[in-house]
Write a protein that binds this ligand. Structure first.
Ligand SMILES: [Zn+2]
Length: 312
């Protein structure tokens, strides 16, 4: 018990008889009351009621300090809320999308010994990217010439078993004016390979392109930018995010995001001729590639700042 700070502010005589009382709960709650003027408050550990705010001001906190505590509590609560909704992927509605006309799974074309020159070109392109890349995903191909699709490998976007979009990578270097990737349109917030976010895993490697994601069993943003919804999806997964930046790119928005969210960034010590995770996977194999990426992670902002200067 102590002299309550409230009474004189409430039109009562100041307390000089130790009529103030506080109780601290083990769960972070605080209860307070005054047996002189009758003021009371309860702090539930999350938000500051008016009666508690008054008490804080009467014991000497400035309105600005109280405001700061409110903001801190609020942001803590937001973090908590994100952690409590692990199923953002489930709550988002993923609409099925059809693959281009006449698309066929490449395993089927292999079984049929398809010898169409365009298909052979696409198949060789994948084989040249390494055994893991060639076999590591459910690729499709179509003879359709629209958007040069017959010269592209079709990479479906899966949510669970449902195809919710696709990208089609030109096999080799496209002629000038022809885009390397032709997209169906990416559903908002979609992360390539996002099914792995529902696995019981400790880490998730975040890359830009689909082949790099296939190489390290990570997720890809499908572009140099990452959207707020993609960030939320990653945060909500419960897996520790590790950005694996493009080794050549000048635009490194993923690193900026990692720095602002406290995510780790990995700068693996791969040989200079290794341009990206897909290359590493071809040269070193998948296990070494993933292991070296995990071993090279850091969330030290100074180290990240120094190492990012050495990219490109
Ligand atoms: Zn009082």
């Amino acid at each position: 018990m102590f002299d309550a700070p409230c009474c004189s502010h409430r039109g009562h005589r100041p307390d000089a008889r130790m009529r103030g009382n506080l109780r601290f709960g083990e769960d972070g709650t605080i209860g307070g009351n005054c047996y002189n003027c009758g003021h009371k408050f309860r702090f539930d550990g999350h938000s500051i009621s008016d009666s508690f705010a008054s008490w804080l001001s009467w014991i000497g906190l400035s309105s600005r300090e109280i405001q700061e505590i409110k903001i801190q509590l609020l942001s803590k609560q937001l973090e908590g809320d994100i952690a409590r909704t692990p199923n953002l992927l489930v709550s988002t509605k993923w609409e099925p999308v059809s693959l281009p006309l006449d698309s066929v799974h490449m395993d089927v074309l292999e079984e049929e010994n398809c010898n169409l020159p365009c298909y052979q070109q696409v198949r060789n392109y994948l084989t040249n990217r390494g055994q893991h890349m060639a076999k590591g995903y459910d690729y499709f191909w179509t003879p359709s010439t629209k958007h040069n699709l017959n010269k592209r490998v079709i990479i479906p976007f899966y949510h669970k078993e449902t195809i919710v979009g696709y990208t089609a990578r030109y096999a080799g270097s496209p002629p000038s004016g022809i885009p390397r990737y032709w997209n169906s349109g990416v559903p908002p917030g979609f992360l390539f390979n996002q099914n792995i976010l529902q696995l019981d895993r400790k880490f998730v490697l975040i890359v830009e392109g689909p082949f790099d994601a296939i190489a390290v069993q990570g997720v890809a943003t499908l572009g140099s930018k990452i959207s707020d919804l993609q960030i939320q999806t990653i945060q909500a997964s419960g897996q520790e995010p590790i950005v694996l930046p493009d080794r050549q790119a000048t635009n490194q928005q993923l690193i900026d995001v990692a720095l602002s969210f406290g995510w780790s960034v990995s700068f693996p010590d791969w040989e200079p001729h290794i341009k990206d995770a897909a290359d590493a996977c071809k040269s070193y194999g998948q296990i070494y590639t993933i292991t070296s990426a995990l071993a090279a992670k850091t969330n030290n902002s100074v180290a990240i700042g120094v190492k990012r200067q050495m990219l490109g």
